[in-house]
Design a binder for this molecule. Structure first.
Ligand SMILES: [Zn+2]
Length: 158
């Protein structure tokens, strides 16, 4: 459907329906690529509660001992034994950005969001890769909590 800001990452046209505990479902979950060697579903906290999940906050890719789910698509069902997480807030950056901010991979930074409902997030995990472009990833719950929009003033703080 469209390229994402990180080079090579994309949102596919295709979506799936997730079937959670007690057969509650959430539809139109967007598939993101490129493919990895593991399957992972990232849910916002509100969605996970509505579905009856008790999911941990995890860094992407760290899925051992997380809940599984059933995914339903146009060609059938796919059962995941694990991989449903609430993605930990994080920032992607290139080595030059890390040098600019004076941070190392695995550090935590703060993200100050201004506006009428200003919030400062204290645990933005730093991910560094030469291919990354500077971008913070938070989920819809976190964005809604601080009224984030395209005009919100934001500041990354060491
Ligand atoms: Zn990310």
């Amino acid at each position: 459907m469209k390229d994402l800001y990180q080079p090579g990452a994309f949102a596919a046209k295709e979506t799936v329906t997730l079937v959670g505990p007690r057969s509650r479902v959430i539809s139109n979950l967007r598939i993101l690529g490129p493919c990895r060697d593991l399957n992972q579903v990232e849910l916002a906290f509100t969605d996970s509660v509505a579905l009856g999940f008790d999911i941990p906050v995890r860094q992407s890719g760290n899925i051992p001992a997380t809940p599984g789910c059933m995914l339903m698509g146009p060609n059938g069902f796919f059962e995941m034994d694990e991989g449903v997480i609430r993605a930990a807030p994080h920032v992607h950056m290139a080595p030059a950005d890390a040098a600019f901010y004076g941070v190392e991979p695995g550090d935590y930074m703060k993200l100050r969001v201004g506006g009428e409902v200003g919030v400062t997030f204290d645990r933005i995990f730093v991910r560094v890769d030469p291919h990354f472009k500077l971008e913070v990833h938070i989920d819809t719950d976190e964005a809604n909590a601080c009224g984030l929009n395209a005009h919100s003033p934001v500041e990354l703080i060491k």
